[in-house]
Design a protein around this ligand. Structure first.
Ligand code: CTP
Ligand code: MG
Length: 228
């Protein structure tokens, strides 16, 4: 089956805390974060289309700044929206109708390795939809506005979702069609909402998302350890 990959990179990096630079576009040990997040998908024969979603007012800047990278990558540029789901929806509308499966991978997850992609793609082919995730190892607390604990949530059965989130294209189109006002932070939530089964594939804590400066420092320390 054929795959399209969507790389949402249209966020504002507010928690990253560096108003001059957005996290997908900074250099991580010699290559931009977004390039590291995307390149191993492009190396697969079954990935037939790639789309990166950008802040609308930064598209021209991006084309100029990354001209050299773009010369070697067949990637379409899509303008993003307010929420992550708006950005993904804009790209989904541009996925070709001959594509069987769509993988959505955060532009801010540059540590991805071939094996993790392979495992999630295989589960999606088998079951229709799959995501990588990590069993939660800490005890989870719900707190109020004064940071007093309200409740302890039993951690068994709790997993932290990662990307790439992969599903049949027709399932994803249906799920986004039923989105309504649901504030979904990932594609799996929309698939669940549409009644689809989504399989969890156990992944690695090293598949980290850069959210804060600390995450970026961890990525710098770890990125060369991983088998690409
Ligand atoms: N994203 C997007 N469009 C949005 C919001 C987020 O394409 N409207 C992308 C981000 O660029 C990122 C991924 O979705 O690659 C995961 O989102 P997150 O880590 O929350 O990034 P930001 O929204 O940019 O960061 P923050 O929430 O701290 O502002
Ligand atoms: Mg965000």
């Amino acid at each position: 089956p054929s795959f399209a990959v969507i790389l949402p990179a249209a966020g504002s990096s507010s928690r990253f805390g560096d108003p001059r630079r957005k996290k997908p576009f900074i250099d991580l040990k010699g290559r931009p974060v977004w390039v590291r997040s995307l390149e191993l998908f492009l190396s697969r024969d079954d990935v037939k289309q790639a789309l990166i979603v950008l802040p609308p007012d930064e598209i021209e800047w991006f084309k100029e700044k990354f001209r050299a990278n773009l010369a070697f990558m067949n990637v379409e540029i899509v303008a993003g929206g307010k929420e992550r789901a708006d950005s993904v929806q804009n790209a989904l509308a541009r996925v070709r109708s001959d594509i069987d499966f769509v993988a959505v991978h955060d532009a801010a997850r540059p540590m991805i390795v071939k094996k993790w992609i392979e495992d999630v793609f295989a589960a999606a082919i088998r079951d229709g939809a799959a995501i990588p995730a990590l069993p939660i190892s800490s005890t989870v607390k719900k707190v109020d506005r004064d940071r007093k604990i309200v409740e302890t949530i039993p951690r068994d059965g709790l997993w932290a979702a990662q990307t790439p989130q992969v599903a049949r294209r027709d399932w994803l189109l249906d799920a986004f069609g039923k989105r309504g006002t649901l504030a979904a932070t990932d594609e799996a939530q929309l698939l669940e909402n549409a009644g689809r089964g989504v399989t969890i594939v156990e992944c690695s804590p090293l598949n980290l998302k850069i959210t804060t400066q600390e995450d970026f420092k961890m990525a710098e320390a770890l990125v060369d350890m991983l088998p690409r």
